[in-house]
Each structure stands twice: as C-alpha cells, then as structure tokens.
Design a protein around this ligand. Structure first.
Ligand code: S3P
Length: 257
C-alpha cells in the first residue's frame, strides 16, 4: 500500500463525508417540507399519493444529471419519494365511525394501544371543552351548535394527524365532515348488527331518547349508506378476533395510500 494512494482515498472519503452531511441536511429539510405538505393534504382532503407529481419530481431531478447517472438518480428519487410518503402516511388518522354503541371507544382504546398512537374521543373532548354533557349541549345549545363544534374539532384533528379518533355516531353525516374524514385518515366503519345495537343506554345520546328501538332502527337505516360509502375498512366489532383483523387490514391498506 503506498502512502500516496492512502492519502488520495482519504481525501476522497472526506469529500464524500462532506457531501453526505449536506445530503443529510437537505433530506431533513425535504422531510420537514413533506410534513407541511402532508398537513395541507389532510386539511384539504388530498390523497398522499399523487402519481403525476411524483413523475414530475423524478423528471426534474433526472434532467439535472449527466446521462450516465440518470438511472441511479431515478432510483434514489423513487426511494426519497417512498420515505416522504411513509412520513405522510404516519400522520394519517384512523377514524372509527358507526352507530352509537358500536364500540368506537372500546375498539379505539385497544387499537391506539396496539399501534402506539394517541386516542381522541370527540364526544368526550367536546364535553370537556364546553364543560357540559352531550345531553346538556343538545338541550341548552341545540343540535346545530353541537354539530358545529364537532366539525371544528374534526378540522383540528385532521390538521394535527397521527391519532386514533373515536367519532360520534352522527359525525360523517353533517357539514363537510365526510370529505374531511376521507383523505385525512383511514376510516373504519364498525358495523355492529342492528339487533346488538338495540337496548343501549341513552345517556349522552339525546337522539335516541323516547322510543329508543324505533329511533336506533331508523337512524341505522338512514346512516348505513353513508357509513359504507366512506369506509376504507368495514368490520363487525363483535366478531371474534375483531382487533387483529382490523390491524391486519389497516397494515395492508396503509402502503397503498
Ligand atoms: C350522536 C352520537 C353520540 C353523540 C351525539 C350524537 C349521533 O355519539 O355524538 O349524541 O348523532 O348518533 P356516540 O355515537 O359515541 O354515542
């Protein structure tokens, strides 16, 4: 081994280390920008994957390289885009939707634990913020006020991202909530059998008070098409192994978003 060669390779390696440092800084800046774009996409109901934009980004990068490195740079850019999408997918929420007493909070708690994600229960959050029970909000402020609070909270939750969200039974039915749910996260419809939904407590469920069974049946029939139309995953929460099935389906779906 000649000393000159050692010096040459050491100099070249130093040069590479300097370049890598710059690359690491640039990649960090890129991922931070990707996070902000992810927030914009969640708030504005845009999907994580945008094939036309991906082709543009790769084309741009490749056009700045000498011919002999184009294929290499194309591969690197594909991998950079893959990591960007991983970051954006990691901030998607998981929304549990479905009728009152369909197990949104119960399944939500288990899912949050399983995936190490924080859980937010929208009804509970609204009660804490307003300092009134759902029954009292409906009685004193009216349903419309409740629905506005629900939509405002949903917008905050979509912006923040990265949570398991147990929604209220009516959430997907009001305002533009269905659109907001659709691309700011994965939507899981807990389709509990109607017979299992009957006979539930009406505490904090003012819409069910009175002839409860008749109201539950009417609401179920009225809401079912909407729940089904926005669900990425539909599941009977009483099925054996429901939580395992849910996590399996979620993990299969995520890389496709
Ligand atoms: C409602 C369901 C309730 C609560 C409010 C309205 C509905 O939540 O948001 O009483 O429209 O079905 P749960 O589904 O958690 O009971």
């Amino acid at each position: 081994m000649s000393g000159k060669n050692d010096r040459d390779i050491n100099a070249l390696r130093e040069k590479l280390s300097d370049i890598d440092l710059k690359l690491a800084e640039l990649l960090t800046q890129r991922l931070e920008t990707v996070e902000s774009i992810g927030e914009y996409k969640r708030v504005n109901s845009l999907p994580v994957t945008d094939p036309a934009r991906e082709a543009e980004v790769i084309g741009n990068a490749v056009s700045h390289c000498p011919e002999r490195f184009r294929a290499n740079v194309e591969n690197v850019m594909k991998s950079v885009i893959g990591e960007a999408k991983r970051v954006q997918r990691g901030r998607l929420n998981i929304y549990l939707i479905g009728m009152p007493d369909s197990g949104k909070t119960r399944i939500g708690k288990r899912l949050a634990k399983r995936l190490s994600m924080p859980l937010i229960d929208t009804d509970k959050y609204i009660m804490q913020r307003v300092g009134l029970s759902i029954d009292a909000i409906f009685a004193e402020l009216g349903e419309e006020a409740f629905r506005s609070m629900e939509t405002m909270l949903l917008a905050e939750v979509a912006k923040a991202g990265g949570r398991v969200v147990a929604t209220g039974g009516g959430t997907p039915l009001f305002n533009d909530n269905d659109r907001l749910l659709k691309n700011s996260g994965v939507t899981v419809f807990l389709n509990r059998r109607l017979s299992a939904l009957l006979g539930q407590s009406v505490k904090n469920r003012p819409l069910l008070a009175g002839d409860t069974e008749k109201r539950i049946t009417a609401l179920y029939n009225e809401r079912l098409p909407k729940y089904l139309s926005i669900a990425d995953i539909t599941l009977d929460p009483d099925a054996p192994d429901a939580i395992n099935r849910l996590t399996e389906q979620y993990e299969k779906l995520l890389p496709l978003l």
